[in-house]
Ligand binder design. Structure first.
Ligand code: ADP
Ligand code: F6P
Length: 471
């Protein structure tokens, strides 16, 4: 079995039992088991850039480097999260392109490539994760690297006309053509990229790959998953404080709607809170009976758009509680802090409705976690945005338009009133998909295609390869 080298913006802290963020959640367990190298940013910010250091954690060599203050501002907060993140989430209105962002993004990718090369061996499979590192294969190829290099985009890929709104769209796609395999979450994403390749670049698919110059690239769908068995086991173990809260709610006959998301504008949180407010207006019988727990830990707070969404949400939460709260009932509990996954899992299990309504999301693992956490005998109902990648598989959920507050409020009502037989039928269908398309299946299917031989093994110039070998 060839060694796998994961490259991502951040290296997950493998000493921690559980992770936050779709990418780390999906990869950490698999890497712990399989071993290999995980390369990326240590999460530290230093005044000056510093070289990578390696540390062995179990079977994984974690190789990480700090970023300089300027790199954090212009690469991570800048090009990655103020240009690519909004653009790829269909939010052209939030793209904030400033001078130097793209140059520093390119420079960090060059630095990652230079620092990574000494750790690579000829047969390693290199697997690059997410939008922060789209130019990495091109930079590695320039250094003579002939390894198989795959790329997985955890976020959506936008339609060609939207991508074309940015001046360097062709360059962006050319970066991707240096990989052997590009993996995307959904067939919509695959359609968007392949339409760009065909309509904007005149490329043609032949034998499952697009040829460009001397290289060819496969573009395929690999929907990411979770570890459903492990998550279900965690959901059954209630820490004391969660158990007490559940007992209290049971005693009072109270029911709970739950949402769990990083506080990101792509997650549709204001619309979600408004839909809950509308539910309470339209169904006064739910007062003192149904409460909404929204967990939304901070993320990327130095980007203006994130600071704005935080203020908006605080005001909305205040107004809902101000309007509906009783001395002995808080309709909305909004937690703006990380919560351990050991608590999160039983909280998802103990909630009657999982309310997952991103305006646009690559996949959304919380939707899958909600399904995995349920009691199969008495499952809750998933209300899911049709614009989450997960909706392509989880169509037995109640699908909603996350912009339509009225529709979401109606679906919440339908979920709360759904008879047990229908809840079980829908849940069985959802669980079957969550079990089948799990994190291990995702990882193995990607690596299997990446390993498959094609004409690319012959590509690359002799000089480059010699230089790479002599590193
Ligand atoms: P994204 O990758 O955009 O953050 P996902 O829904 O795909 O969105 O993945 C988020 C992951 O992070 C999930 O596994 C979720 O359980 C976890 N997570 C989100 N918020 C918290 C939190 N407050 N505490 C612990 N884990 C969290
Ligand atoms: O899944 C999207 C993603 O950007 C991942 O790449 C990342 O691990 C996660 O969200 C959390 O983002 P950040 O590292 O910016 O906190």
């Amino acid at each position: 079995m060839p060694r796998v080298v994961i490259v991502s913006n951040r290296v997950a802290d493998l000493r921690k039992k559980s992770q936050t963020g779709g990418l780390a959640v999906a990869l950490a367990d698999a890497m712990r088991e399989r071993g290999g190298i995980w390369f990326g940013w240590s999460g530290e910010t230093k005044e000056e850039a510093a070289p990578a250091v390696a540390e062995t954690i179990g079977r994984v060599a974690a190789v990480s480097l700090p970023l300089s203050r300027r790199e954090v501002e212009e690469y991570y907060l800048g090009y990655a999260n103020s240009v690519l993140w909004p653009l790829f989430h269909y939010r052209l209105d939030l793209v904030d392109h400033r001078p130097n962002f793209l140059d520093t993004y390119a420079a960090v990718n060059r630095r990652f490539a230079t620092e990574l090369v000494p750790y690579l061996e000829d047969d390693d499979l290199v697997w690059v994760q997410d939008y922060h590192l789209m130019p990495l294969a091109a930079r590695l190829r320039e250094l003579g690297c002939r390894n198989r290099i795959g790329f997985f985009l955890h976020i959506p890929f936008p339609p060609p006309d939207m991508l074309a709104a940015t001046s360097n769209h062709r360059e962006m796609v050319e970066w991707l053509l240096e990989f052997d395999l590009v993996g995307l979450q959904t067939s919509t994403d695959v359609g968007n990229l392949t339409r760009y390749l065909e309509e904007h670049m005149g490329l043609e698919e032949i034998g499952g790959a697009y040829r460009h110059g001397s290289r060819q690239v496969r573009v395929e769908r690999f929907p990411i998953g979770i570890d459903p068995v492990g998550f279900a086991a965690m959901a059954r173990e209630e820490p004391d404080d969660v158990a007490i809260d559940l007992m209290r709610r049971k005693l009072l006959g109270q029911r709970q709607i739950i949402g769990v998301d990083r506080l990101d504008y792509s997650k549709g949180l204001p619309e979600r809170l408004r839909a809950y407010g509308r539910l309470l207006v339209q169904h006064p019988e739910y007062e003192r009976v149904v409460s909404f727990l929204q967990i939304a830990p901070p993320t990327r707070e130095d980007v203006d758009a994130y600071a704005e969404i935080r203020l908006e949400l605080e005001a909305l939460a205040g107004s809902i509680n101000g309007r509906f709260a009783e001395f002995n009932w808080t309709p909305l509990r909004y937690i703006h802090r990380p919560v351990s996954r050991e608590k999160l899992a039983p909280l998802l299990r103990a909630s009657d409705v999982g309310f997952v309504t991103p305006l646009r999301d690559g996949m959304n693992l919380v939707a899958k976690e909600y399904v995995a956490a349920q009691d199969v005998e008495d499952p809750g109902v998933l209300v899911l945005s049709r614009f989450a990648g997960a909706a392509e598989e989880l169509d037995a959920a109640l699908l909603v338009n996350p912009y339509d507050v009225d529709e979401m409020s109606r679906r919440l009502h339908q979920a709360l009133e759904m008879p047990l037989a229908e809840r079980r039928r829908r849940h069985e269908e959802l669980l079957e998909k969550v079990m089948r398309q799990n994190a291990t299946a995702w990882l193995e299917s990607f690596l299997e295609v990446l390993e498959r031989p094609d004409g690319n093994q012959e590509a690359g110039t002799g000089d480059q390869v010699a230089a790479f070998r002599a590193k």
